[in-house]
Design a protein around this ligand. Sequence first.
Ligand code: C2E
Ligand code: CA
Ligand code: CA
Length: 615
Amino acid sequence: MSAQSNLTESECLALIKYVCDTLTSKSTERAVAAIIEHLRLAFNVSCVSIREVFARPYSLKYTYESLNDKTKEKRINETVTFDEDVWESAMDKFSDGCYIYKANNGQDKPRFIGPVPNQPMCMLQMPMYSGSKFYGVLDLVDFVSIHDWNEYEIAALKVCANFICQYLFRLNTAFTKTKDSSDADSLTGLMSLHAFMEDLDKKILETKNGSPIAVVYIDIHHFKYINETYGYKKGDDLLKLAAQAISDNISQYSHIDICRAYADNFVTSAFIPEEVVPIFDTFVHEQNVKICKKLQSICPDVRIHINVGICYVTEPSITAATAIANANLARKVAKSEGINKPLVFSSDMMEEIKYQEYLNNELPKAIENHDLKVYYQPKINCSDDSLYGAEALVRWQKPDGTFIYPDKFIPVFEKNGNIVEVDFYVYREVFKYIRKRLDNGLPVFPISMNVSRVHFRSNRIVPYVEELLKEYAIPPSLVEFELTENIYMNNFSKADEFISICRSHGIQVSMDDFGSGYSSLNVISTIKIDTLKIDKIFLKSDKLSDSDKAVIETMISMAKRLGMKVICEGVETESQASFLKDVNCDQIQGYYYGKPMDEESFDRFAEKSTIKTKI
Ligand code: C2E
Ligand code: CA
Ligand code: CA
């Protein structure tokens, strides 16, 4: 028996390339068959076959086979079941790579696996693993001569077996299960949403038997940006890789399905053991980190995030459509709240989302009907308890007379940008109010308005304020804006520009909620603002502790040294007020002096107050 010639290193590389190209370009049915045939010819062996683990224990089924003309035996679709010890010993042999049988080595017959039609001269069995799970074997058998496979050939076969295995795994678990290829997503090869939903509906009927189903909705953040920056080819590559990575990562669960719902949105479903439910979101998060890392290789300059929502289905009354919608809802909540972890759907979420939708839908009408009301809360001068001015705070009065408070709706409108319209409405109401007092010959005072950070995503605020100043002919010294420090986090230059323009007009600017979060002395010393507004959090208790007092005192003296005025908000008691007066605070705002009130009430409040404002 003559020895066969071996493939060179570059021929081995070409072989790997061929396998890759074939798996990505050919239709699913033909790709593996073509590769098997190609391997048989390249290695010049009698037979190459693939056997995949079958549902029964210790069973392998021939799923692909290529034989040369002289080899008559065909075993396609044949399933062979082994004894447990044969199986275990075969697994042992695979632990250090592939198994090679040669007839002249004193081995009387190949040890693995199952009936071999004729006595082979040599055989190479390359195990295939999906993750750590044994998936099947790739067999090269020759009945005529002995092959001395070299290290390049073995390495190449290993790589090829791995590619084929990943491909088959996806094909058999997640990828299109229908014969009709129109039911598959042509880009990724994943099953269509329609087929996915049909399968999920069937699976849901089985939940009564025990295992819950986890439906996971995955969205690649900034995919549109990636597409536009790197081009659609890269975008497609990213989606393909995502499809592959997602399916690889959940391989240990049963009845896995994956589909691309649309664009960059994927949905997976799988039965998971009940005891896994409490930790499943953590598991998914860990997998996501891995997926992101893989995707990062395609576009290294963009930080890739994925947003994920999970819905557990535990009873058969729910439909696939609802389960997917719920998982998607949880995903949206995670995204809008900036939560960088999978979020599990809960019914509260549904209520919250419905409420947010209600607010967003009703807002245009509320603005038109003047259901948004501006309330004014007095600011008092510490020196003599005279009225310094007011802060404008918005409320939403529903037609039934009840109020929605800003903490409920401002965060909702900050998410979708509607806050800009709300603020503009408030500013106009404030300008009108000052104009009215001026026209009525009443004393006027500065009124401060809150500025959402969302304004600095666009350039609308400066022209809008300038227009209001002109339209209502308001002295700029009566206008003040309150900005929180997080404004500087993302849009420093725009916020800085806004402050400079305001101050150049003579409009005052204050830093709101100082000390509540991100504030740092560093920022304060670099930004030119008129007033520091100490957050109400420092006055959480009537009896201020010595350390609270020390902190407040230090903030006040520091602000003064930087040439700023200081106001403290949330003052509710006499003792808090007298402490602040003692430590040279300039102004006080809080329930102790007055709650936010409507225009008429504020007019009455002002009438009773001393007002010393000079325009
Ligand atoms: P903020 O700017 O810190 O406003 C002060 C909040 O503290 C107001 O709540 C006010 O009613 C409340 N407050 C005043 N004095 C006291 C007190 O002595 N004790 C306690 N516990 N609370 C006091 P409000 O009106 O519910 O507003 C909440 C937040 O909503 C405001 O916090 C502000 O961030 C935002 N907001 C209100 N109106 C507007 C607006 O027109 N535009 C924007 N962008 N945000 C607004
Ligand atoms: Ca404020
Ligand atoms: Ca505040």
